[in-house]
Design a binder for this molecule. Structure first.
Ligand SMILES: C[S@@+](CC[C@H](N)C(=O)[O-])C[C@H]1O[C@@H](n2cnc3c(N)ncnc32)[C@H](O)[C@@H]1O
Length: 272
């Protein structure tokens, strides 16, 4: 697990470098929010062609808070369902299975596009019960790797906004149909955030943008069998945990604006 890996990716696959870069900056901060112990070393081993990552410096706390909430929910699941199964969708170069310490009785499946998984396999040494599956999450074939009988947690971080709306809904339908009992944890952006993504220079340069945004009424109508367990505003989390203490009251004030509150939310639903 040494040496430099060349990464030459376009589109949504390139965005995994953006989130990795932000976790690295957070880990270096004087008051880390997530404190990913792997991000700096993994980032240092990548020779990449994605320009302008510095533009995401202002989003570091947002991405770190999102990951911290999803780590917390994952840890809660593992504590109560040690013989369960975690489907970590659009995993990119995230070290989550190492951060949350997956018990050997748990089945953990990382899924991302094949170009990403090639790099992931070379950069991390995962235990045997953490399985790497190269696939598009919108395909059906990778579901053969899923054990339908185990209680399941689906964690999709920074993934759904890049999928077409039908891709999101069909995937959620499959979770309901192909597992006996599941929790589904994912982040979603407000429609205005999706519009703004079209004008974000680094996303434009990578040739991608957000294709799906959160519409609670539409989601509830499309998935009547799901029960919402949690709905967290990442903006509120950042206002509480921002490392620059002087910014916290300003963020708390701005958080009264619904557009800010809803810019990115993390949801946890249960099936059955
Ligand atoms: C913003 S990155 C997030 C990566 C990781 N979850 C993290 O937080 O660092 C988006 C990820 O979604 C993956 N992705 C996008 N569309 C996908 C698809 N159809 N199937 C599998 N993965 C996909 C990309 O390859 C990329 O790794």
């Amino acid at each position: 697990m040494t040496g430099i890996e060349r990464v030459d990716l376009r589109g949504a696959a390139a965005t995994m470098l953006m989130t990795l870069y932000m976790r690295k900056i957070d880990a270096r901060s004087r008051r880390p929010i997530l404190g990913d112990p792997y991000a700096e070393n993994v980032y240092a081993r990548i020779d990449h062609d994605v320009h302008g990552l510095w533009q995401f410096t202002g989003d570091v706390s947002t991405i770190a808070c999102r990951a911290a909430v999803l780590d917390r929910w994952t840890t809660e699941f593992l504590a109560t369902e040690s013989h369960g199964q975690v489907l970590h969708l659009g995993c990119g170069l995230d070290s989550r299975p190492l951060r949350v310490d997956v018990p050997s009785s748990t089945r953990w499946i990382d899924v991302d596009q094949s170009g990403v998984m090639d790099v992931r396999r070379r950069l991390y040494a995962f235990p045997e019960h953490v399985v790497q599956v190269p696939a598009s999450v919108t395909d059906d074939d990778w579901w053969d790797a899923v054990d339908p009988g185990r209680p399941t947690l689906v964690v999709a971080e920074g993934l759904f906004p890049y999928l077409p709306p039908d891709g999101v809904h069909d995937l959620v339908d499959r979770v309901v149909q192909r597992t006996r009992r599941a929790e589904l944890a994912f982040d979603a952006v407000a429609p205005w955030t999706a519009t703004a993504s079209r004008w974000t220079p680094a996303l434009r340069a990578a040739g991608t943008e957000f294709a799906w945004s959160w519409n609670p009424a539409d989601f509830a109508h499309r998935h009547p069998g799901l029960r919402e367990r949690d709905d967290v505003s990442i903006f509120d989390e950042v206002a509480l945990r921002e490392p620059r203490l002087w910014l916290r009251p300003l963020l708390a004030t701005a958080g009264h604006l619904p557009a800010m509150q809803d810019s990115m939310r993390v949801h946890r639903f249960t099936t059955g």
